[in-house]
Design a protein around this ligand. Structure first.
Ligand SMILES: NC(=O)c1ccc[n+]([C@@H]2O[C@H](COP(=O)([O-])OP(=O)(O)OC[C@H]3O[C@@H](n4cnc5c(N)ncnc54)[C@H](O)[C@@H]3O)[C@@H](O)[C@H]2O)c1
Length: 250
């Protein structure tokens, strides 16, 4: 049991994209705190803690998402928390990106996030409680060249969170975004081969990339009752990346 994160014991939490990277680290933190965790993903993994369930899901499918949520409800009786970590990135600017790539990124990162939230929101409203955490990005706060669809999708997620906080807040349901900086996960594997990698890492004020569990812990906090007066916000977990533009003049 993780004594630092209280109030998660027995909470039922659904994590999309829970089979890898940040979603998986979140599942591990929650399981260690006594939560009942359901990980939904396109792909299975051997690394899930034994107490976590795995369910296959494509977040861009409304019917699959609704069926999964109905099933979790039938078997657990409630859903206390939702984490939307399913996501993907495609490199490309206005000229090099295909329309198919644009559609795919927005379909998963933005529409998929909305569909997952829509599937659980009414259940949470009826119980007058619940916490939703979406994965945005520093690329949703700041522009980044050649990453047009991804930046657009993550900026939209941050704004969706603000809008939904206004809709859900009066019903006792909280929703927040987390914006990670560069985190070591399968999504970012191979980036260290780029000549720009060291410069990118140095823009993080802590001069290192983050680990997935450092984001998972922040998500666990937002799901717990320890964050009971926090809603509608976007919390960078980025080693200070979004706090300063480092210009070494002196
Ligand atoms: N790793 C980083 O540096 C970083 C930085 C900022 C934001 N993020 C965001 O955090 C989230 C998690 O990223 P990660 O680094 O853990 O990536 P990851 O690739 O390790 O994990 C993403 C998971 O999402 C799943 N997924 C993709 N499309 C799906 C779909 N249609 N339906 C269901 N599952 C699907 C994948 O199978 C994978 O298991 C993403 O939304 C990502 O954009 C990551």
């Amino acid at each position: 049991m993780n004594p630092l994160i209280s109030g998660l014991n027995d909470k039922v939490v659904l994590i999309t994209g829970g089979a890898s990277g940040i979603g998986l680290a979140c599942a591990q933190a929650l399981a260690a705190s006594g939560a009942q965790v359901v990980c939904a993903d396109l792909q299975q993994t051997q690394d899930l803690p034994q107490s976590c369930e795995f369910r296959k899901l494509d977040v861009s499918s409304e019917s699959m998402t609704n069926e999964l949520v109905a099933d979790v409800l039938a078997r657990h009786g409630r859903i206390d928390g939702l984490v939307t970590s399913a996501g993907l990135s495609r490199v490309g600017d206005l000229e090099s990106m295909t329309l198919q790539e644009w559609d795919q990124v927005l379909q998963v990162n933005l529409t998929g996030t909305m569909l997952s939230i829509r599937a659980v929101a009414n259940l949470m409203k009826q119980r007058k409680q619940g916490s939703i955490v979406t994965l945005a990005s520093i690329n949703g706060i700041l522009g980044n060249p050649s990453n047009l669809a991804y930046c657009t999708s993550k900026g939209a997620v941050i704004q969706m969170v603000r809008s939904l906080a206004a809709d859900l807040g009066p019903h006792g349901v909280r929703i927040n975004a987390i914006s990670p900086g560069l985190i070591h996960t399968p999504m970012t594997a191979g980036l260290d081969q780029s000549p720009a990698y060291n410069g990118f890492v140095k823009q993080h004020l802590l001069h290192r990339a983050g680990q997935a569990h450092e984001v998972g812990n922040a998500i666990a906090f937002l799901l717990s009752d320890m964050s009971s007066f926090i809603t509608g916000t976007n919390i960078p977990v980025d080693g200070g990346f979004s706090a300063a533009k480092v210009i070494e003049m002196y």
